[in-house]
Ligand binder design. Structure first.
Ligand code: DAK
Length: 263
């Protein structure tokens, strides 16, 4: 594995760390494939009773999907990329053991989306969340249009996705995005303490509770809805605004959008 690290924290707790420091842990195809492989392994490993997902380094949890890779994707490639993200996020959301996001820094775009596919979030005081996709000429593509509202409610999810603005740790706590915030230096200790506490309960009872809380509530029709998100995302690839938004990011300048509704 090049960019996903699996560690075990005894007893019964696995740590999954996204590690692409050169791109602030941004998710490219290779990282998503590795993440899927690691999560699948964990899902079937009965010795693992709780999972902590985090990012390598002090600066970022995950700075989003990889903009350099997405920049020139075709519609079909975009749909496939989104589906790959959905496969990874569904593993986090639906595996029969709790998943906790320990958010240690920037969690933008796909970073927030991976965090909200976990059962809950513990954030460091340095965490920054956000769905900045509309500033790149795209939309959240890894489940953000479905899951953010589960954490913060529809009006706030709409405001955050329509504006793309960033949410710092204190606000994330206030609006229900994060369950708690802790000083950065204590983040992993605290996340592991919570995971350990869960791992010491009945694994079968916790799995049943997770299934009821997740599958039978908001996630009804999840596959259909995720597919709609992937199709909508794919339709935005190749538009003038998507090319401009991502080119501007890479060229480190502000985008000059020209798109009109209906383009
Ligand atoms: N992708 C690729 N590279 C990234 C990146 C990203 N998301 N974020 C950062 N990097 C790279 C930078 O290009 C830079 O590389 P070099 O120039 O050194 O080669 C390096 O990481 C360090 O970043 P900065 O120099 O920008 O560091 P700063 O401290 O100045 O700023 C930042 C940190 C996190 C504020 C900034 O890097 C930033 O704004 N990053 C982009 C954040 C963002 O917009 N994220 C959302 C990405 S879009 C879908 C699938 C998925 C998605 C949508 C649809 N479908 C297919 C349906 C999701 C989309 C997204 O996540």
């Amino acid at each position: 594995m090049n960019s996903v690290i699996l560690e075990s924290a005894s007893p019964g707790v696995a740590i999954v760390k996204i590690s692409r420091p050169q791109a602030l842990n941004a998710l490219n195809t290779e990282t998503l494939l590795e993440l899927k492989e690691v999560l699948t392994k964990i899902a079937y490993d009965t010795s693992v009773r709780a999972v902590v997902l985090t990012g390598d380094g002090e600066k970022a949890f995950i700075a989003g999907a990889d903009i350099a890779e997405m920049k020139d994707m075709t519609m079909a490639e975009g749909v496939r990329f989104s589906q790959l993200g959905h496969e990874a996020t569904k593993l986090l959301e639906l595996m029969p053991k709790p998943t906790i996001a320990a958010v240690n820094g920037f969690a933008l775009g796909g970073g927030t989306e991976l965090a909200i596919a976990c059962d809950f979030i513990i954030a460091s005081d340095k965490a920054v969340f956000g769905q900045p996709e509309v500033g790149l000429g795209i939309i959240p593509g890894f489940g953000g249009t479905l899951r953010l509202a589960k954490f913060v409610g529809y009006p706030r999810a709409k405001e955050l996705i329509f504006s793309g603005r960033r949410v710092k740790a204190e606000e994330a706590l206030r609006i229900g995005l994060a369950n708690e915030i802790v000083p950065a230096a204590n983040l992993m200790n605290r996340a592991l303490e919570v995971a350990q506490d869960i791992a010491s309960q009945s694994a079968t009872a916790v799995a049943a509770a997770k299934r009821l809380l997740t599958e039978f509530s908001e996630s009804v029709g999840l596959n259909f809805k995720l597919d709609s998100e992937a199709q909508s995302f794919g339709q935005l690839l190749g538009t003038a605004d998507q090319r401009e938004g991502m080119t501007a990011f890479i060229e480190k300048r502000k985008p000059a959008f020209v798109g009109k509704q209906g383009d």
